[in-house]
Design a protein around this ligand. Structure first.
Ligand SMILES: [Zn+2]
Length: 383
């Protein structure tokens, strides 16, 4: 237990900060969320994005721990958010392998030691992700390294718009490089306690700019197609295969194609207009959605509900500094599950009080444990 005294003007306010029991103070369930009157299923969709190999709250450049980022902190928020509701799923939206001394160390050494699993996946497997997609930085260390690394993930990786470059101009015979989508079947409990089997279709998409930034990896081997055209192609197929709801994992910014004719259709804004998309989890631009300071007056955005053109969306910052949460409320209409309403939010892992950064929950000790050996290896490599 730790106490902080904060003096605000003449008023003395004492904040008692229970380090170990602070979990009681953090509640994600939104009391203002309108829940449907008939039996409904609340599906909580959780997002991490742009983790950039920050598994631990540790700054390798400064050589000291930090409370500002690290999946070991976010993991406690994930646990908490899961425990509050009967049904949840967890996804990552890419850029996990590159971004600190850990990422670099693995790329320098593990290629010669195939028996080891990438430490990023030791942690992500522990936390139980349901699916993930690749970000542009996944290609920085080359294709061989990426594919070897992905073998460690015990959850599906999806991307629908990266294709093998077959060097012909005909698009009809193009082959996807990754599985374009996955359909996750789960048993969900409704508000009356009844269980139902629901199918969640998950599609992955990446900004075509990735091919321009990593020319060496892509040129002559892979090509990236338009995001919305790809979604329009695959979503009816996913629906045909029984997907009740469609979640898009989009490694692209909100407005990435604004005013750029040749990039049209490659943004979250454009994706939100694709028929059949129910929720968009996005990343890449290291921003937050919803955020009333940025999004209040933007066209098509309901910042309170966290929707874009009526579609639930979330962006969880970067390095695990926020957890993204979408609560979808589904009701059955004419035999089909439809979204009655939704609520999106981003939860920071710390708050700033009088310039001091105060963590909201304790870090997950199991993450530290699983990272122990690799963390020491990285520190040794920096000596
Ligand atoms: Zn990115």
């Amino acid at each position: 237990m730790r106490c902080l005294k904060v003096i605000q003007g003449k008023k003395k306010v004492i904040f008692i900060f229970f380090f170990t029991v602070i979990t009681l103070q953090v509640v994600f369930n939104n009391p203002k969320a309108q829940v449907p009157s008939k039996p409904y299923i609340q599906v909580r969709i959780l997002e991490t994005t742009d983790l950039h190999a920050k598994m631990l709250g540790y700054d390798y450049e400064k050589g000291k721990p930090t409370v500002e980022y690290g999946l070991e902190w976010t993991a406690s928020f994930i646990k908490k958010a899961r425990n509050e509701v009967p049904n949840s799923v967890l996804f990552d939206v890419g850029d996990v392998l590159v971004g600190n001394a850990l990422g670099k160390y693995v790329s320098n050494t593990y290629l010669f030691n195939w028996m080891e699993m990438h430490p990023v996946y030791k942690v992500m497997n522990l936390i139980n992700y349901d699916a993930a997609t690749v970000g542009n930085h996944e290609f920085n260390y080359g294709l061989a390294f990426l594919m070897e690394s992905l073998k460690g993930a015990n959850f599906p990786y999806v991307n629908a718009n990266i294709y093998i470059d077959d060097q012909n101009k005909y698009g009809g015979d193009d082959i996807n490089f990754f599985n374009p989508y996955t359909i996750i079947e789960k048993k969900f409990t409704d508000s009356s306690g009844k269980t139902h089997r629901l199918k969640i279709g998950v599609i992955g998409l990446i900004t075509p700019i990735a091919a321009e930034w990593d020319k060496e990896t892509f040129y002559g081997k892979l090509k990236i197609k338009n995001m919305t055209e790809t979604a329009e192609h695959f979503i009816p197929i996913m629906k045909e295969k029984g997907a009740d709801i469609i979640v898009a994992l989009a490694h692209v910014g909100l407005n990435a194609d604004k005013g750029l004719k040749y990039k049209k259709g490659n943004s979250v804004y454009s994706l939100s207009k694709v028929k059949g998309v129910d929720a968009i989890l996005y990343g890449h631009s290291h921003s937050l959605f919803p955020n009333k300071d940025i999004h209040s007056n933007l066209e098509g955005i309901n910042v309170k509900a966290g929707t874009i053109h009526g579609i639930a969306a979330v962006q969880a910052g970067y390095w695990g500094n926020h957890l993204g949460i979408i609560d979808l409320y589904l009701v059955k209409n004419n035999g089909k599950w439809v979204i009655s309403n939704s609520h999106s939010m981003v939860k920071p892992i710390y708050r700033t009080l009088k310039l001091k950064k105060i963590p909201m929950l304790s870090p997950d000790p199991t993450v530290k444990k699983v990272m122990e050996k690799d963390h020491i290896r990285v520190l040794d490599s920096l000596k």
